[in-house]
Design a protein. Structure first.
Lengths: 352, 371
């Protein structure tokens, strides 16, 4: 081997080492952040506790009866929901961005969350009118159904328009229509439970039960695991459909998988927490820039972790800043997420 | 039974949405050969290439690769044998050139697509083959068009294919990068015995790099043959329906159409001295006549394309009486004579006589003092 190629080889291995270091550090930092936010979240609220007390409550359920109950029945399910659903949202966003080759695609801006919201609201009202409380399964199924309807519209539009901004505008319009119909049916439905429905339609992690957590864990973890196993074709697909096909990817099947997985994930979020904005765009973008890669094998787990941190952080703010009044989670995620979208647009402009 | 080719098509009919566009496309190619599709824009070159790479479904017939019918081969099997370089510009997010090249290893990696040390070595080797080892860490979106095409070629190389299909790979490149790109491709073909099918817009390059050419025109394959068979000035003009201007197959160069009108300028030329003058007159819209040129003079082809009339002598012969007399009588009726020619030897001595006659008549414009 010649001298130059030896040097290049060493440099390259060195580069790989540096990259691996970056990946490792990023994962560790984000995990640490998650842990800190977790503790902080457990600790925030009307009852003040020390870290030691929290540890005792979490590990041995020891301590003041009320505190144990508050933490185990209210705060913990909510925290887990924020983490799991936040992760689900950002993975869903990443899948949609891959599918549309569009960095500002996400379940919220494309109107998929709103479609889910509409169908969930309709089925809740229908069931409540007959005196039945909607179960988790019904909620998730209706949300999935609603997601698929919106997704159908978006896909139909995407066949006609190639421009990413136009696609997003169409999504926002779909979202407005669905929200308007939802507001309409919520306003005219007469039931005392409608108050809940109203809160839910604004987006919130509050009121999550352990059984909700169990259902969302099963759905989200299986979907994210499947997504992770699709890392390889996702990576090939990032170069465009034609290259992916040449590399032996069954593009049709693959596209259906992307749609189904992203819909299941965002439907699950909507079913339990209502529509949550911008997480699906902001987190994958931030994650890719922190890791400085778009390799799906890294980005998928990183997105999940990042989404968990982001939503935990936003929920903390939603819960505590104006306590005892709670903000809707979407308002908070929008404040942090929307600027990222603007940033992406500006950057694109520059490099395009 | 005729010889079996490495890659061939049988009555392949291609088109979009089930509508046949070009029928009965016959391609026969062995490893180590380059087949180039040429033809006017929109003639269906890309349609044929997309059908071969299975981006488009065949309307009829079949494609054979190394004794197997491609429609019946698994995606992974094809991926190990056939690589592509496409025209569509890709803008992958946050991918280094090395990452882009590494996607070529896809058909060889496991379920999660993790590269082994061997894969990394192959990626590096591919980058070195295209002289792009120094680009490895650069962002793919931040490099020039020429570099980008080289990286995409490296990607195809590290897929270790037996056949590479390229759709207008040199379209966005400047002349240096066009040559560089094709040189690398040619080396690949010779060293690794790869078969190449591509489409090119640059006729001059197609003529030089191809072993076979396929002329695609609208709904049919008009001709199929070696560069020597295809590249005649008449046929190329016909293939591309060239009406304004001309194409010279010997030099592979184009000329704009000659100026119109009555020619009143005579150019005494030869040995290449005439070409710049012809082109200047053409640019200025001045019709001219020229002579006396032997048919093997390098001024001759350009003169034929650009001059209103050429006075010529047979190749290797000194200027004869007949040609001289014709030129002289015509020169006397001109209002201006240009003589860029400075040397007069055995073969063109009589051009010197033309020059003296022009001087005597006071028609001569000094080309050098003008330039």
């Amino acid at each position: 081997m010649t001298q130059t190629s030896r040097i290049l080889q060493v440099a390259e291995e060195d580069g790989r080492g540096r990259k691996a270091l970056r990946y490792g550090v990023s994962f560790i930092v984000l995990s640490a952040l998650l842990l800190i936010l977790f503790v902080w979240n457990v600790n925030s609220g009307s009852v003040d506790l020390t870290v030691r007390e929290i540890a005792e409550i979490l590990l041995w359920r020891r301590g003041d009866e009320t505190a144990v109950n508050i933490i185990w029945q209210i705060r913990l399910p909510r925290i887990l929901a924020a983490m799991i659903l936040g992760g689900a949202l950002s993975v869903s966003g990443f899948l949609l961005q891959t599918f549309f080759h569009n960095p500002i695609a996400g379940p919220f801006v494309l109107g998929i969350s709103s479609g889910a919201k509409l169908v969930v609201a309709l089925s809740m009202i229908f069931l409540l009118g007959r005196g039945i409380t909607a179960s988790s399964a019904v909620m998730v199924l209706s949300a999935f159904f609603g997601s698929m309807i919106s997704m159908g519209f978006v896909l139909a539009v995407s066949r006609k328009v190639r421009q990413m901004s136009m696609l997003v505008i169409c999504g926002v319009m779909i979202s407005y229509i669905c929200s308007a119909v939802t507001d309409f049916v919520v306003t005219f439905a007469d039931d005392s439970n409608i108050v809940n429905l109203h809160n839910w339609s604004l987006g919130s992690f509050s009121g999550t039960t352990w059984s909700n957590v169990a259902v969302m864990t099963v759905i989200v973890f299986s979907a994210v695991l499947l997504t992770f196993l699709l890392s390889k074709p996702i990576g090939a697909y990032q170069l465009g459909e034609d290259y992916a096909r040449n590399l032996g990817v069954n593009v049709r099947v693959f596209r259906v998988c992307l749609i189904l997985l992203s819909s299941v994930l965002s439907a699950c979020v909507t079913a339990f927490a209502g529509p949550v904005s911008f997480v699906g765009i902001a987190v994958p973008h931030l994650v890719k820039n922190i890791w400085r890669t778009s390799k799906p094998i890294l980005v998928v787990p990183a997105c999940f972790l990042g989404g968990a941190v982001f939503c935990l952080f936003c929920d903390l703010i939603a819960r505590t800043v104006f306590a005892p009044t709670e903000l809707s989670i979407s308002s908070v995620t929008a404040i942090f997420g929307a600027p990222v979208v603007i940033l992406i647009m500006i950057r694109r402009r520059k490099t395009a | 039974m005729a010889k079996k080719f490495f890659f061939y098509t049988e009555e392949m009919t291609v088109g979009y949405d089930g509508k046949p566009l070009i029928k009965d496309v016959r391609i026969e190619l062995d490893r180590g050969e380059i087949l180039t599709l040429i033809g006017p824009n929109g003639a269906g070159k890309s349609t044929i290439l997309k059908s071969i790479t299975r981006q488009l479904r065949l309307i009829g017939g079949c494609v054979w690769l190394d004794g197997q019918q491609m429609q019946q081969m698994a995606g992974r099997e094809i991926a190990r044998r056939q690589a592509v370089v496409l025209t569509e510009r890709i803008r992958p997010e946050l991918m280094s050139c090395e990452d882009v090249v590494a996607t070529g290893r896809y058909p060889y990696t496991g379920n999660l697509g993790i590269l082994s040390a061997e894969d990394h070595a192959k990626v590096r080797a591919a980058l070195e083959t295209v002289h792009a080892a120094d680009l490895a860490e650069r962002d793919f979106n931040a490099i020039s068009d020429g570099q980008r095409q080289r990286i995409l070629l490296a990607r195809a190389i590290c897929q270790e294919p037996e056949l590479i299909v390229l759709d207008e790979p040199t379209s966005f490149l400047d002349v240096k990068h066009k040559l560089e790109f094709l040189e690398i491709l040619k080396r690949m073909v010779l060293e690794r015995n790869v078969a190449v099918i591509m489409s090119l817009h640059e006729l001059d390059l197609a003529q030089k790099i191809s072993d076979q050419l396929l002329c695609v025109k609208g709904d049919r394959i008009e001709r199929h043959g070696t560069p020597e068979e295809i590249f005649t000035s008449e046929y190329i003009c016909d293939l591309y329906d060239i009406e304004a201007g001309s194409y010279n197959a010997a030099f592979g160069c184009v000329e704009l159409p000659p100026a119109e009108g009555k020619a009143e300028v005579f150019v005494i030329a030869g040995n290449g001295s005439g070409i710049p003058v012809y082109r200047r007159l053409q640019r200025e819209g001045i019709p001219f006549i020229t002579g006396v040129l032997q048919e093997n003079d390098i001024d001759h082809p350009a003169a034929c394309d650009l001059a209103a009339e050429v006075f010529r002598e047979r190749a290797f012969e000194p200027i004869g009486d007949e040609a001289f007399a014709l030129a002289l009588s015509r020169l006397r009726r001109c209002r201006e004579v240009i003589c860029p020619l400075r040397t007069f030897g055995t073969m063109n001595r009589r051009n010197g006589e033309l020059l003296r006659e022009a001087e005597r008549l006071g028609l001569l414009t000094d080309e050098i003092s003008e330039g």
